[in-house]
Design a protein around this ligand. Structure first.
Ligand SMILES: *[C@@H]1O[C@H](CO)[C@@H](O)[C@H](O)[C@H]1NC(C)=O
Ligand SMILES: *[C@@H]1O[C@H](CO)[C@@H](O)[C@H](O)[C@H]1NC(C)=O
Length: 435
């Protein structure tokens, strides 16, 4: 039995060689327990966010400048985003971005909301690859929603909770790490995010009626794309249960997402882009849970049962979207199967430039998963992969910039979507519902 850790010139085994140099970050200053988070969020939701502890001010490991062309191009996008300003009423207004996105979700699409809401000082290495600074995203770089924004030539979304430096002229990101679709399952569950949107919209309309220019105008709300990516934390809270019992938990979760879409529709939303949940059984966080034997592992090293749960969730969410399309004939409701995309990323990882699909870049314990629930990324004892190592998982729960780029590219093809349309086609459509 060969381990991938060939020392020296392993005969032909180099393909699996882990170009991984572990080193321990000695967290310098205080380790802050996220009490606020723990106080309101059930343990399982916190686990799904990925962190219990934050190391502050430790040595920052910026190994070399692994800048890719993509990163440079993206920096320009960020600069452009920063340059965009909201104008005061009466001034001659610059052209509005034709693309407006309102995003709802959890850490998979949180662009800094949880950090802003909780006042968390998220430090490097978070953000090390692309932004070169921590932005509150739980990744070394960009998230799928960031790549979606870039593909639509619109700036990255500002988090609703971020008081300074936010620009809401191209939409708002209501997603918060740890969030559940189930009300009360987390402090910023989907119903709270929905109410935040309604607050934002109502206040905007009030101001518009007073003749004030708002970041989003009436057309902006009507033509916006409403993106939703939530459910992973709900499912994660139940995965320890027997399979049948987990399946029984799915319908109410899906019902909450469906309800949110109906409520948004009731307030004028017409374009919905809904992500299913990912391949949960391929996450290092799940794989690192002690098991009696490997009988549940599939040919790609993922847990079959957890991926079956994800598949079942997505089938039901897709069915809910189908019902909504029938009921809301003047709306577009597009469902995208993230499990299929993320499983393909694992199964065919070499084709996508990923060398290590099932091990966390930032975690603890080394191979096979480098994940320890009590010594997670950002804890004092984290072990971090090289900046040029090709990992799919950043911290055992969230993906790396490299993996998110692959996932986003597949999302953007529309091939994993029902109906099979590209998100770009929603931007200028007055409404296309053919499905
Ligand atoms: C891997 O790629 C092959 C070839 O494109 C494809 O047929 C297969 O479905 C992919 N595997 C997964 C799990 O998506
Ligand atoms: C939408 O229409 C505008 C104006 O015609 C055009 O510039 C833009 O490229 C279109 N966007 C997409 C995504 O098709």
């Amino acid at each position: 039995m060969t381990s991938g850790l060939a020392n020296g010139g392993g005969a032909g085994a180099g393909k699996v060689s882990l170009r991984l140099q572990y080193y321990v970050v000695l967290a310098g200053v205080a380790v802050v327990v996220v009490v606020a988070c723990l106080k309101y969020t059930p343990a399982a939701a916190v686990a799904a966010v990925g962190y219990g502890f934050w190391g502050g001010g430790g040595p920052q490991h910026q190994q070399g400048a692994a800048a890719s062309g993509v990163a440079v191009a993206g920096s320009a996008a960020v600069a452009a985003a920063a340059a965009t300003t909201t104008t005061s009423p009466g001034s001659s207004a610059p052209a509005r971005s034709p693309v407006v996105i309102f995003n709802f979700g959890d850490s998979n699409s949180d662009t800094g909301g949880m950090a802003a809401a909780m006042g968390l000082n998220i430090a490097l290495p978070e953000g090390r690859t692309y932004f070169r600074r921590p932005t509150g995203r739980l990744s070394d770089g960009r998230l799928v929603i960031d790549f979606i924004c870039e593909s639509l030539n619109t700036p990255h979304l500002s988090p609703y909770m971020k008081a300074l430096g936010s620009d809401f002229s191209n939409g708002v990101n209501f997603a918060i790490g740890g969030s559940t679709a189930t009300p009360g399952g987390s402090s910023f569950s989907l119903d709270v995010q929905l109410h935040q949107f309604l607050f934002f919209r109502t206040r905007s309309i009030e101001l518009i009626n007073q003749g004030v220019r708002t970041p989003i105008d009436r057309d902006g709300f009507r033509n916006a794309i409403y993106t939703i990516d939530i459910g992973q934390n709900d499912l994660s809270a139940y995965l320890h249960l027997p399979y049948d019992q987990v399946l029984a938990k799915i319908p109410p979760i899906v019902a909450h997402i469906k309800y949110a879409i109906e409520a948004l529709y009731g307030h004028g939303a017409r374009k919905f882009w809904v992500h299913g949940t990912g391949a949960l059984g391929c996450l290092p966080q799940k794989l690192a849970i002690p098991r009696d034997d490997d009988s549940d592992l599939d040919g790609n090293g993922c847990l079959k049962t957890y991926n079956d749960v994800a598949r079942s969730f997505n089938v039901q969410l897709a069915a809910a979207c189908r019902q909504l399309r029938q009921r809301m004939a003047d709306a577009a409701v597009v469902f995208t199967d993230m499990r299929a995309i993320k499983y393909d990323l694992v199964a065919n990882h070499t084709r996508y430039g990923i060398e290590t699909p099932l091990m966390a870049c930032c975690g603890h314990g080394g191979p096979p998963y480098n994940y320890n629930h009590f010594k997670m990324c950002m804890s004092a004892e984290m072990e971090l992969c090289d900046t040029d190592a090709k990992f799919a998982s950043w911290d055992g729960v969230h993906y790396t910039e490299a993996a998110n780029a692959v996932v986003a590219a597949k999302v953007l093809t529309g091939e994993y979507s029902t109906p099979p349309v590209r998100i770009a086609s929603l931007v200028n459509s007055t409404i296309a519902n053919d499905g």
